[in-house]
Design a protein. Structure first.
Lengths: 484, 448, 484, 448
């Protein structure tokens, strides 16, 4: 098409046009002023668009056609686990018995929903090697918040009020420190050693009576499994702290090793990563946490328990409280439940084995073309560095943008922070080998282009609906809404 | 396994490339004694047909609102949902996209969210809105924390007629940051904030005062006195609103609020047993806008000068600021925000105001009819919108079970909050006169 | 994207890959050879693709993204009535009570379906001003076939066996003569007069004892209403023939004039045009026919009648027989029923009034730029000619292809056959004025381009997934399938 | 009206452009006395919510196969349908596209149909298939007409064990073109075509012989003798097949058929009370291919030499050939063809053969169990696939009504075709052992 810019829905508006029609009011109408005093009533009408149903459908269809997604192509986005989202899950979530039930119905009238929650909690406990689950958290970061609150409540409950520090590796995801701040914890950073893992010696020096706990992903954000995890756990536990497992990387270990067995006390899972609930352009996700028996009493609630064949809600005895209304993202975690049931124990193990095999295959296929900072077996993802390409005046961002020209989503870039020009690739287990091979070929081609024709990269993308966008101006002079 | 494409030949090829014999070698970094020796204790994997059957069985154990007529509300509402919404957001490009970090290939999501932000700003009368929060309750908690940060104060004022669960969520968030809460009583006659109780507060310490409009009892609050007091003393006015009410009621912007939050479920999202929904969050003034938690989409241009959209003001966020971020929120409720944007777009000016108007009319119709039942009365005198409280000396939870036998989901018994004789009804434009008349008849028989 | 060609699904195949999984067989398995003699069993396995579910979803998603549709943009395709297809109809057709019922269930167990068929038949009769409906025909051409069979049966039943001719205007759609051939009728063509209508004088000379009937669309394929329809009907009826109404153009006359009142005896409706059931890339449609009381006995069946409050199937007494299995395209005509109910009588009239207003508005806005062969009021569509543009070496096909570059579907071209370089435009009532205005502007621009820069047209399209395709070779050396 | 965007201001503008006062003036060509003086006698227009409610009410008057266990077949089958199908074909680009005449912007539909043609050719073992027909029955009728045209003969041989309704459809089509039909009896013992009856036919006049495989009774026909006779005398062999059976049975191509047709419903299409389904149509040899009715997609290249697809061989069609076209068919069942293409793709080699295999196994399980019920017997001796006939001296239509009370849709009573004691059962892979065992128990109780 000659003009690719799609107008805003507001720019399609025509006064008086209608897009939806209510049934006629079938009760006797009372003048509004008799029901609500004039001064409460709106004067200024909001500038909602006035468009027909066709215009709405066409607007969003057109928008969707300039958007990338898993359904469109490969998404090697490290740390995000962009695997296939089974379509049948959408059918299940749309059943009136799930989509159209109210959170305040009598418990006896929602036993199916409660049973589902109960089973899912149990299954997640099984998978994590821990004891008790809450499904309240709406995303990974929300799970972190919940988990840290539980840790805090645990210490407080024991009268151990002076523990104010959480230790976090430098490679950690930004939500880890941010979540600590949200519960009033101070962050103490532990550096990575030359193998990309927690520097145990340094750690020993960091723990102490102020240590509330340690947050870790394992495999970590470099895609590497921290072999010293047993020592780490011991060090932290000995110091009186607890271990928090950021489950964003759990796709590597399903059915292979359980966080509980590694020594973790609290785990969150990003169901929208590991358990394949779709990302929806940024959410909704679900970030349930699972904790050890000892910590169960502090979980945010309500949680579901089973009582004489009936399922019912209850608040854990010393619950930190509610962290969202109702019961979390029910229609999201329902899909994770479906995912677990479809796979079974064999299937889940195969998920992780395949994800890890894929990642190693791809890493080895690319390491001659891009610098590999940690040359060891990786788990479900791996981190390259664009530093070789820098000598041609090419940045990692340019490599990422060039990939868009080839019809791929870019990997995660500039994360983790402890690798310069980081390129983090996660193929996931649901990609066919052919797709991986094509991607590898394109990555090699781009490495060659970087050398022979760096312009191609620095001016990329050229074959996308828009070219590179001016982010600096956007932040300096923010325009956050359309105005008439 | 239908979701795992790897064939055994391909596996062999890959192993060969890696120079190993078996996948197990890739897990050598994991200490052997930690590794699972046996299968996880989970049921066997199911085929699609078996999975669907299992879910149908579970779903049938729930009484749904397609087959039953409901008067439940209290934060989750069965407003009509235009059919097109699910067709649009069911498109893979919306459903299976990641957060739009690669703007050049994510304009669809980015523009939708930009439009969402505009729509929320318009209905709330504010300058800017973020790209969504988890839900209304957590958005309110974040608003309080933001007010504390902006005012450098540590007291938040909450009314007792705030939704009890929202109050609990706010409490959970605030307690962990050592922010203290002062409560405002409500007048037992009117049901709205007790004006004299405003006097007992040391407003100079208050970061913000929260008002829910309509309040938990469905009643219209008088915002002015609170606004005056809190703002005169350098605090902020935070309003938690039912977005549907904004088709009729003065916008928080018009009323002078500093931060507005609410739950967006009623804007086209299914109830789904409470989630996913979304929290909306709007504010005004450059200073407050730059303190907003959560993602924001902004307008910009590409290299050819064409308009485009990007995630912006990211320095507020945890990717960059880590522990100094305005919030830890990362994934939000983007698809629900898209849903709400479509809802508001297809309803348009007239539809949006019609929904509010019909909900108001129908709620008052039911209220009048219920008050004709002997033994039932109206405990609060303030004007109400689409929800209202009825008083009656019966066990409402038991009544509800009996109503269910007849296909009705009655109002929410407030016994769970210690308000024993009270029940909260909600009526939306989706209810018909016939349904309400039938309900009144049945309820009359049970109460009488 | 750099490479826009999407592989065939077969080219994505990998031996051993699975896309779907059945439940395990839960009955005792018997060796196949004990159930079926070896010689009946397949030896050569069909070359079905072996792909994962993800690959299938991605394949078709990608394919869809290079396809145009009403949901994507404006479709000014004359004669095809590409109006908006309400999305809620898809929900209704998907209800298990409709989508998942078997045609041979006991009638008592499908009363809702039969009621729907009965009501729809009644409503179509009301709209057409005729008496009895059959919902059997699967498309317009199928309706023509059915209608012509009914006409034939009528004459035969009266012992009037020598009527072997159907009169058809030269402007008629190709299915009209083809349908005649299918029932063994000879076609006699009647020319159009200078006003684009049937030449009544010529018609008078054509009718006679061999005349079985006349097929007509009114408005005709030029978008013009034949004012002489009363005379035409009289001439044909007086000669003992019947009148068949091709309802493809009914979008102009809903609630305004009824074919029955114009003198027609048989009508088909293209529900996928006038009544907005989606086209699906070429079908399924539905082409029910409605006939006069006298002809009801000949209708293909089964049809639904009402009997003491119950609905049941029956075969009309002298039915021509079945023309398809079961009851026609039930889930298609169900949507037309929804369409009629949503609109009601007011709404249907507004549909036609708006469609006609839109067409006239557009015709008048374009007539200075393109030759308008019949300069009179048009109905819901109008026909331009590209003959002015020919002097610049530009053909109508080039104009059509240039429109693709601008993001529009092309109008119908080279039809009707009696207008040279025909360009047939039908805006429909569901397009907003803004879309029409933009289209008018582009059409004017193209007229200017034809003059100033004809290359732009003759080399168009350039901004589409593919450029002009070689149709000649495709037909000369047909490749109708992929081969290994 | 929500589907009519025109506002009254716009209407005025347009009228002004046209220089008229009212829309009525545009209808002046219509003789005044013909024009309707009053509104059509139709119900008032409904809002979306009211429309949905009405359809729910109608749908609930139908006993559906989601809630009931069915053993009905006879041309419409409840095979499992992979969920992805509806998600894909629900995309607006497939659902709301027109016939792909503008190839440059219609490659999605064209390629899907090209793949469909290939898939049909593969499973039938033929060279080429068209882009679909209305249904199996009309496809068979068109096959017979094509055979007549190709052989310039006017006699078609049909077996008596062809699906009775297909036979009726073929008859309707043929009668109108003065083609005569000769019938082949079936052997009342075996249930398949009576070989001696083949002798009574003057094969030199026969355009084609039709064989249904499996036949209406679910039995496997012996194709060879028919093939030999008809082809030796210059006629064509037309096979009507259940596509699911081709996962197991010899393909018509292997058996030497000239034209193959069938109904594609079971390839992923919902039953939908019988429609829409699709008819598939395949043949071989350049001569016959160029006589095929219906649309065909072919491969070609664009100006840059890139592969692309177009509608081709259009000179066979009515647009160009008018009354000399090979058929009048225009709109076909493209979306259903797309559905079937997706179905066959996602099932793949293994899935396709599994469905056939499990249907076979389960059908035989049920058959054996039913034959244990006293009074029931097997009337035909030929081997069967997924359908089979049972004999029992009861009123099967009455039995079916009583089965329905217990949630079962029993087999098809053949009383409607004059075969009084017979009932035709169908079993697909969707049935479970548990369902069948329960059914046998209940039926045993009713029959006994
Ligand atoms: C390692 C890690 N931790 C935490 C998170 C935060 O999860 P969420 O976005 O669900 O809040 C992410 C998400 O990208 C992550 O990759
Ligand atoms: C005037 C006219 N008559 C008949 C038909 C045939 O209808 P169908 O394609 O539904 O068979 C058409 C379709 O384009 C048409 O435009």
């Amino acid at each position: 098409m000659i003009n690719k810019t799609i107008p805003l829905i507001f720019e399609r508006s025509t006064p008086g046009r209608l897009g939806y029609q209510l049934p006629n009011l079938d009760v006797p109408e009372i003048p509004v002023s008799e029901l609500i005093p004039e001064e409460y009533l709106r004067v200024e009408e909001p500038e909602l668009p006035e468009v027909s149903e066709l215009e709405v459908v066409r607007h969003y269809t057109q928008l969707s056609r300039i958007n990338y997604a898993v359904d469109v192509g490969f998404y090697p986005l490290g740390s995000c686990t962009m695997k296939y989202n089974p379509r049948v899950h959408e059918d299940l979530a749309a059943l009136p018995g799930f989509a159209n039930i109210h959170p305040y119905q009598p418990e006896s009238s929602v036993q199916g929903a409660l049973e589902l929650m109960y089973n899912l909690g149990k299954h997640l406990a099984t998978i994590s090697g821990l004891e008790a689950t809450t499904l309240q958290p709406a995303a990974g970061a929300h799970g972190e918040l919940a988990g840290l609150m539980v840790i805090k409540a645990y210490h407080t409950h024991r009268g151990d009020g002076q523990r104010t520090e959480i230790i976090i590796p430098d490679s950690a995801h930004g939500t880890n420190p941010a979540s600590c701040a949200m519960v009033g914890y101070n962050v103490v950073e532990v550096p990575s050693n030359e193998r990309g893992a927690v520097d145990v010696e340094v750690l020993k020096g960091l723990v102490g009576p102020k240590t509330a706990g340690l947050m870790l992903t394992n495999p970590n954000t470099l895609g590497l499994f921290d072999e010293n995890i047993a020592d780490i756990a011991e060090i932290v536990h000995d110091a009186g702290g607890l271990l928090y497992y950021d489950g964003a990387n759990a796709n590597a270990i399903l059915g292979i090793v359980r966080p509980g067995d590694m020594g973790f006390d609290v785990v969150h899972y990003n169901l929208h990563k590991t358990f394949s609930t779709p990302h929806g352009g940024g959410g909704p996700g679900a970030g349930p946490i699972v904790v050890s028996e000892e910590l169960a009493q502090f979980l945010p609630g309500p949680v579901v328990h089973k009582d004489a064949g009936c399922y019912c809600f209850s608040m854990p005895e010393h619950s930190v409280g509610r962290i969202c209304s109702f019961y979390g993202n029910f229609l999201v975690y329902l899909k994770a439940y479906a995912y677990i049931l479809s796979h079974g124990s064999d299937g889940l193990r195969a998920v992780s084995e395949t994800a890890v095999l894929h990642a190693n295959y791809m890493m080895r296929s690319l390491q001659e073309y891009y610098h590999l900072p940690y040359d060891r077996i990786c788990m479900h993802e791996f981190v390259l560095s664009g530093k070789w390409q820098r000598e041609y005046g090419v940045r990692t961002l340019d490599i990422a943008k060039r990939l868009l020209d080839y019809g791929y989503h870019a990997p995660t870039v500039y994360f983790p922070l402890n690798v310069e020009e980081a390129i983090m690739i996660e193929p996931t287990e649901t990609e066919p080998k052919s797709t991986m091979d094509e991607f590898i070929e394109v990555m090699r081609k781009i490495a060659k282009e970087a050398k022979d024709n760096p312009e191609l990269l620095t001016s990329a993308p050229q074959n996308t609906p828009l070219k590179r966008l001016d982010e600096a101006t956007a932040a300096r002079k923010p325009i956050l809404r359309w105005s008439k | 396994m239908r979701y795992l494409p790897l064939t055994s030949e391909e596996k062999q090829e890959m192993l060969k490339t890696l120079g190993i014999e078996s996948v197990q070698e890739l897990f050598e970094d994991i200490p052997g004694d930690m590794r699972l020796k046996e299968d996880l204790d989970l049921p066997k994997g199911l085929s699609e047909a078996e999975l669907v059957r299992h879910f149908h069985e579970l779903a049938e154990k729930n009484a749904n609102l397609t087959s039953n007529v409901s008067f439940l509300g209290a934060g989750s509402y069965d407003h009509l949902i235009p059919s097109i919404i699910k067709h649009i957001v069911g498109r893979g490009e919306f459903l299976t996209a990641y957060t739009p970090y690669q703007a050049e290939i994510s304009q669809g999501v980015l523009q939708s969210i930009f439009e969402y932000q505009t729509l929320i700003a318009e209905i709330t009368g504010m300058e800017a809105a973020n790209a969504s929060m988890y839900d209304g309750a957590s958005a309110l908690a974040e608003a309080c924390l933001m007010a504390c940060a902006a005012t450098r104060r540590e007291v938040v004022v909450l009314p007792r007629n705030l939704h009890p669960e929202w109050e609990q969520v706010v409490r959970t968030y605030l307690e962990n940051q050592n922010v203290s809460i002062t409560y405002l009583a409500f007048d037992p006659k009117t049901g709205i904030i007790d004006l004299p109780s405003l006097e007992n507060i040391d407003w100079d310490e208050v970061a913000c005062a929260v008002v829910q409009q309509p309040n938990f009892f469905g009643l219209m609050e008088n915002i002015k006195p609170v606004k005056k007091l809190v703002q005169e003393h350098g605090g902020l006015l935070v309003m938690a609103v039912d977005p549907i009410s904004l088709g009729l009621l003065k916008s928080p912007g018009e009323l002078g609020a500093d931060i507005v939050v609410g739950d967006g479920q009623s804007l086209g999202n299914s109830m789904g047993f409470g989630g996913p929904s979304l929290g909306f969050f709007a504010t005004r003034g450059n200073k407050l806008i730059r303190r907003m938690p959560g993602r924001v989409v902004g307008e910009t241009v590409d290299e050819d000068g064409r308009r485009g959209f990007v995630l912006t003001l990211q320095t507020r966020e945890q990717h960059i600021r880590r522990e100094k971020a305005t919030s830890n929120i990362c994934s939000n409720q983007a698809l629900n925000a898209t849903i709400s944007a479509i809802y508001l777009s297809v309803l348009g000016k007239k539809g949006f105001s019609d929904v509010a108007h019909q909900s108001l009319q129908k709620a008052h119709y039911l209220k009048q009819r219920l008050l004709q039942i002997p033994g039932l009365s109206s405990p609060f005198s303030a004007p109400s919108f689409k929800e209202f409280v009825i008083k009656g000396a019966v066990n409402w939870e038991e009544i509800n079970l009996r109503l269910l036998d007849q296909g009705f989901l009655g109002g929410l018994s407030l016994a769970r909050y210690g308000l024993y004789d009270l029940v909260l009804f909600s009526v939306t434009e989706a209810r018909t006169k016939e349904e309400m008349d039938n309900f009144v008849n049945v309820l009359g028989g049970l109460v009488g």
